[in-house]
Design a protein around this ligand. Structure first.
Ligand code: MTE
Ligand code: CO
Length: 422
């Protein structure tokens, strides 16, 4: 075993390769002159020794050098980690699909670990035939594949009173976007036979929080899905394995995980406050009650506080995400001077209704300080508001449904901070 290479991190080649990230650009070129860099002129260990065989990684994981790309929680936010939340590392991702292992998690009583053989979904209430489905039963209905974002109504909620958390993972990371495979809720309700008085649906989870939500029948019959797969594989336990409800464009709280029962009724139910109260307090002390649709929103994911500019002046790729519960994103504008001047960003990748959209804006950074902002406009013409406009409408004590424009301050060293400007 004498010729076995030492562990990667202690190898000379790897330590030197750190230089790649630190080198500064020669005037405006996004590349460097050839020669003088050992990582390309010298043979590296990975070029010299054979690697793991095909039986070493039966379920693949990201490279060991990506170990920092993880969901994170904010310990002071909740009193325990059972009824809590962690956040998608948006600043490390690209494209529009969130990898399954990085989708933020929001549970009210931890992760339910359900044996699929013991999984049942019941439909009762105002139906001709109360029914119970096994997972295999659900898989005998026609399937559909749809890409949707899921955003918690509390996303950006900590930012209502002012800039609070330093990173888009924490300010905007209660959103993810995956491709769901499942069956239309409509098919299951048809099978049970809806009675004409059935105007509301109660969705109940099988976790210890026994979370319930009322969903208007119109939405249930329109585009809701009962999903059993995400991004091509079975749902993850964190996301409701084996079955969750998909309520496109509407607040994440309604997307009941570990779905066990659907009851048809003639009016909305009374719900326990701590699991289902996502009403918005207004400036006059009144509250907006049924605000299910997630409004048009966007955020620059890089550069951002957790993704500072480390390459110095010259070509810079600014990128971010935009989404709307109203459908597709029509346009995203970007400002580098705090909203005085706007440029249209470049949307790239699939543009799907109620899914994340990816935008880019390439420019030459001259090394001066910047105030980065993005502003999304959806297909219905809704324009993402400023935080000031939101506060004027709802007062300073709201928490939910904060879709205000985010500002990142970039200093001359490329260090970035969450700020508010007026
Ligand atoms: N469903 C059950 N059964 N229990 C829960 O605690 N949390 C809800 C919703 N569905 C919850 C649930 C909330 S508030 C949100 S934002 C989403 O699930 C989060 O989905 P995710 O964990 O897949 O990101
Ligand atoms: Co939520």
């Amino acid at each position: 075993m004498a010729d076995r290479p030492p562990p990667l991190s202690s190898r000379r080649g790897f330590i030197k390769s750190g230089l790649i990230g630190a080198a500064t650009l020669a005037s405006g070129l996004a590349a460097r002159a050839a020669g003088g860099e050992e990582v390309i002129t010298e043979i590296q260990d990975w070029n010299r020794y054979p690697g793991d065989g095909v039986d070493a990684r039966p379920y693949g994981k990201p490279s060991q050098f990506e170990a920092h790309v993880v969901r994170r929680n904010v310990p002071w936010l909740t009193s325990d980690t059972i009824s809590s939340v962690n956040f998608t590392p948006l600043h490390e991702l690209d494209g529009i699909i969130t990898p399954n292992g990085l989708c933020f998690e929001r549970h009210h009583a931890g992760i339910a670990e359900i044996d699929p053989a013991a999984y049942r979904l019941m439909i009762n209430g105002l139906v001709e035939r109360p029914l119970v489905f096994t997972l295999a039963d659900l898989k005998r209905f026609p399937r559909e594949n749809r890409v949707y974002f899921l955003e918690c109504a509390a996303n950006s909620g900590m930012e209502w009173r002012g800039a609070q958390l330093n990173g888009c993972q924490f300010t905007h990371g209660m959103v993810h976007c995956v491709m769901y495979t499942g069956v239309r809720l409509r098919h299951l309700l048809d099978e049970a036979g809806l009675k004409s008085e059935g105007k509301w649906l109660l969705a109940e989870g099988a976790d210890a929080s026994a979370m319930t939500r009322s969903i208007p029948m119109e939405k249930a019959l329109d585009d809701c899905m009962v999903a059993f797969a995400m991004n091509g594989e079975a749902l993850r336990p964190e996301q409701g394995y084996p079955v969750r409800l998909v309520v496109p464009g509407w607040e994440g709280n309604m997307w009941v995980k570990w779905l066990r029962r659907l009851e048809v009724g003639d009016q909305p139910w009374q719900h326990r406050e701590e699991t289902s109260k996502y009403t918005d307090l207004l400036a006059n002390g009144k509250a907006r009650r049924f605000t299910w649709l997630m409004d048009v929103k966007s955020v620059i994911t890089s550069p951002s506080p957790q993704a500072p500019i480390t390459h110095g002046k010259g070509p810079l790729v600014l990128t971010g995400l935009a989404w709307s519960g109203n459908g597709i994103i029509k346009r995203v504008d970007v400002s580098v001077d705090g909203g005085r001047n706007w440029k249209t960003a470049r949307l790239d990748g699939p543009s799907l209704p109620m899914a994340l959209h990816r935008f880019y804006h390439e420019f030459d950074w001259d090394g001066s300080e910047l105030f980065l902002q993005s502003r999304a406009i959806d297909e219905k013409g809704f324009v993402q508001p400023t935080k000031e406009a939101l506060r004027a409408a709802r007062g300073p004590n709201s928490i939910y449904h904060n879709n205000g424009i985010q500002t990142w301050h970039v200093n001359k060293d490329g260090v970035i901070e969450n700020v508010e400007i007026s």
